[in-house]
Design a protein around this ligand. Structure first.
Ligand code: TRP
Length: 332
């Protein structure tokens, strides 16, 4: 039997290059592998922890779904769905909540990070924390366990969440008998952290991102904002410490990368390096951008794909939830 891979992206803002390189690209490679059955979803209920404005969510959700498709996810071969279209996940969420110790959630790093920050600035420890944020890892465990997932491709910051899912699966199995598959995380080491415009990790919270589907002119402007040092053009430069080069590597061919490396060592002006980064990036993104725009202009078509995906996910989740409840003693 094929191994199941599942991963989700939260629709909380415009999707950026870091999301693509760190999550979408490696996940698409796995989806092509015959060994795997891939299920990719838009974690729209997870986005509720940030209380989106009324009507904001559909557009953001469609944006993530369109991005998967624009980069070549085949919805007939893989399963693409909205989390909120699979209600069994939320029933399982409660079941898992009841086997999760509160202490485990206290130690989950996203929550702990907020608490530590609040302490530092002298605020009440739980300031700004809603129960969605606190129990976020439980819903994520439900996403993973509901589909009998073997492998979860994630960024480094999500490893702990997959470990929590595994712990909860083990506790349940121990108490009610073998039920859940124990999931494993998979991190794409080399590309897990993409630098942003200021050289720090590309992240929405640092406001240093490059949106994926921006028009070429804006993309160029953005690339021109990448921070560089004040070395003169002819000075040799270290490609491995350059944000421009790190980004270039993701979009250029092996030969182009080798040639660029040599030019760094021989001296290249930052302006020229940026120009060439723009060219390879724009070239790479042109086709997906067109496809993305097309999909965003026909939300009905997107909806059809997502509804079909949810049906396929539910072909697993409906009977499996029954089995889970039976194990717990519910009469069905
Ligand atoms: N928490 C993930 C993130 O913020 C998104 C997510 C939700 C997820 N459910 C998931 C990822 C299940 C993998 C599997 O990036």
């Amino acid at each position: 039997m094929k191994k199941r891979i599942v991963t989700g992206i939260k629709p909380t803002g415009d999707i950026h290059l870091g999301n693509y390189i760190g999550a979408i690209k490696p996940a698409l490679e796995l989806a092509k592998d015959e060994e795997y059955q891939a299920s990719y979803f838009v974690a729209d209920y997870h986005a509720l922890t940030k209380m989106p404005e009324p009507g904001e969510l559909p557009q953001l959700t469609n944006g993530i779904a369109a991005a998967w498709l624009a980069f070549g996810l085949d919805p007939n071969q893989s399963i693409l769905y909205r989390q909120s279209d699979v209600p069994e996940i939320f029933e399982l969420n409660w079941i898992l909540a009841c086997i999760t110790s509160k202490g485990l959630m206290n130690r989950a790093h996203a929550y702990k990070g907020i608490v530590d920050h609040n302490r530092q600035v002298g605020k009440e420890v739980d300031s700004g924390v809603n129960m969605g944020i606190f129990t976020y890892p439980i819903l994520m465990a439900a996403d993973i366990l509901m589909l009998k997932t073997d492998v979860v491709p994630v960024g480094k910051d999500q490893i702990q969440h997959v470990e929590i899912a595994r712990d909860l699966a083990e506790s349940f199995n121990h108490h009610y008998g073998e039920t859940f598959v124990l999931p494993q995380f998979q991190v794409q080491e080399e590309t897990a952290v993409l630098p942003g415009l200021d050289g720090r990790k590309m992240s929405k919270s640092y406001h240093n991102t490059i949106p994926l589907f921006e028009e070429p002119k804006k993309l160029q402007k953005r690339i021109n904002q990448i921070k560089t040092d004040s070395l003169p053009p002819e000075a040799p430069k270290n490609p491995d410490e350059s944000t421009i080069f790190t980004l270039y590597k993701e979009f250029a061919s092996t030969e182009q990368v080798e040639a660029m490396r040599a030019r760094y060592e021989g001296g290249i002006g930052w302006g020229q390096a940026k120009k060439e980064l723009f060219e390879v990036m724009n070239n790479y993104l042109e086709e997906p951008r067109e496809k993305y725009n097309e999909l965003m202009a026909s939300p009905q078509k997107l909806d059809e794909v997502l509804v079909m995906g949810a049906e396929k996910a539910r072909a697993v989740s409906v009977p499996f939830l029954k089995e889970i409840k039976q194990k717990m003693g519910f009469s069905l």
